[in-house]
Design a protein. Sequence first.
Length: 260
Amino acid sequence: MYKLLIADDEYEILSGLCKYFPWNEVGFEVVGQVENGKQALDYIQNNIIDVLLCDIKMPIMSGIELAEKLHSEKSNVKVIFLSGYREFEFAQKALSLGVKNYILKSTKSNELVNVFKKVKEELDSENKKKCQFPEFLSESTPKTHSYDEKIISAIKQYISENYKTVELEDISKLIHMSPNYISKFFKLKTEQNFSEFLLLVRMEKAIELLKDIKYKIYEVSNCLGYSNGKNFARTFKTYYGISPREFRNNELLLSYKLER
């Protein structure tokens, strides 16, 4: 089931769409219902959804303003406009923002079904293509893993191999999802922020490098992607409770004792 958010400030229409339209039959689950564009934006920024069905004219933030915001953020959410007005300028603007369709509130139920069937076909096609990217899925990932698990495995592997310079934009190009979507998706599936996992990888690598005395501490800092050694030392101490130098000295002392 694809996740659908509905936004409309008219209670009767919002309630009717949520309760009486056969969303399950066309492959969608209504995961949220909001009354304006601002609420919709807040929901999208904190949850994963696939499609947004929203009224064009809403208080606080209109559907057009919301679509502009999502478009500027390169969001993967597919937007379908719902309106009580057949206004050409709205339709034109919608097309320029990548909106998938423009539906009148007077539209018959079977026409709405047809629109969402086409959107589902598009989502199915996109997901199928993602699964075919050899660089996206690790060959070491068991075939029994679900699609979501494979995505997370690929993201973690990429971070582990590129911890020095990796950014969300790099992963976005790898798995063809927007940075904002990846951030939410990773948090939802791992209960860790992207930045938290990256820090974990860097700090574990820091321990490994500090144990090797051929690396000076500033070289360890550079290897981990810290341009400023003080930032590395401060981050390390916050994470482990001791400074990199203290850790190395302790390791050397332990090694000396073990050798005697």
